[in-house]
Design a protein around this ligand. Structure first.
Ligand SMILES: Nc1nc2c(ncn2[C@@H]2O[C@H](COP(=O)(O)OP(=O)(O)OP(=O)(O)O)[C@@H](O)[C@H]2O)c(=O)[nH]1
Ligand SMILES: [Mg+2]
Length: 266
């Protein structure tokens, strides 16, 4: 099991303030004392990775992180590291332990803006008076279901695992974006306008996911911007089987595309 490469594991990132019980929650979910737990705020400093097989989910990789509220020069560096960990996260667990969740709310927005599904956990319910009203209050504020757990007493852990299972991104088998349109060896051209609306320095998620999906289907993926379309078509020895582009430049691309090429949008 532990031979499963990192890339094929569901990467579960755990985020929350210092002392929220992030490391304890990993220990509770994995049923092992793998992460160091202590009542000293800032126990986990750098992201810590742990591979695990979870029944019903399969191979996972937990990413334990430093508190999102860490401060000072070193603290800020740790928060940067935590933000980097978010880049590798397939699904996030955001751990709260009381009613102050402004920072958690910001993180939920940050993660969701990256297309990362978020499961919110209210930890330490063994030490909270009136768990249900607090849970309801958090659900109303965060506009998301909140799973109540006690990592310490291993209560609610099954519900947290269930929430991960329900919210995780669909596996390759379930999620095929263009698989039904292509065959192995097909040349597929992605026309991606990198205009003012495109985010700086990266591609948007649908473009990345489509590329990945095509590569998984053994296609030959070629990409260009709208302005290089004619040049790109000339450079190819035959017309691409399929062209995928943004709906905003659909007309433009349609006018230039070889007759035999199919055209669709991201
Ligand atoms: N009562 C109670 N205490 C808990 C629970 N979970 C964690 N704790 C305690 O909270 C403290 C912090 O737990 P950690 O798991 O180290 O918290 P963390 O979020 O990883 O903290 P940092 O690594 O410092 O960011 C420890 O003293 C834990 O024993 C819980 O469910 N109930
Ligand atoms: Mg920790």
């Amino acid at each position: 099991m532990n031979k499963t490469p990192h890339a094929n594991r569901l990467h579960i990132g755990i985020f929350g303030k210092r002392n929220a019980g992030k490391s304890s929650l990993i220990n509770a979910i994995t049923n092992q004392d793998i992460a160091v737990v202590s009542d000293v705020a800032g126990t986990t400093t750098d992201p810590v990775l742990k591979s695990m097989e979870i029944y019903g989910i399969g191979p996972c990789l937990f990413i334990d992180t430093a508190g999102i509220d860490d401060s000072g020069e070193l603290g800020e560096k740790r928060v940067m590291q935590t933000r980097k960990a978010a880049e590798k996260t397939d699904i996030a667990l955001v751990v709260c332990s009381d009613s102050a969740v402004d920072e958690e709310q910001e993180w939920i927005e940050f993660l969701e803006a990256k297309g990362i599904p978020v499961v919110v956990v209210l930890n330490k319910i063994d030490a909270i008076q009136g768990v249900e009203p607090l849970q309801a209050k958090l659900e109303a504020k965060l506009k998301k279901p909140v799973v109540a757990v006690s990592a310490k007493n291993r209560v609610g852990v099954e519900a947290a695992i269930e929430a991960i299972k329900e919210n995780r991104p669909k596996g390759d088998d379930e999620l095929t974006i263009v698989g039904h349109l292509v065959n192995p060896g097909d040349v597929v051209l992605l026309v991606m306008p990198q205009d003012i609306q495109a985010p700086k320095g990266r591609l948007i998620l649908p473009q990345v996911q489509t590329t990945r999906d095509l590569l998984d289907h053994k296609c030959i993926v070629v990409s260009c911007t709208t302005t290089e379309l004619s040049q790109t078509l000339e450079a190819l020895s035959s017309a691409p089987k399929l062209i995928i582009t943004d709906s905003q430049v659909f007309k433009e691309v349609y006018a230039l595309k070889p007759q035999t090429s199919l055209l669709t949008s991201f």
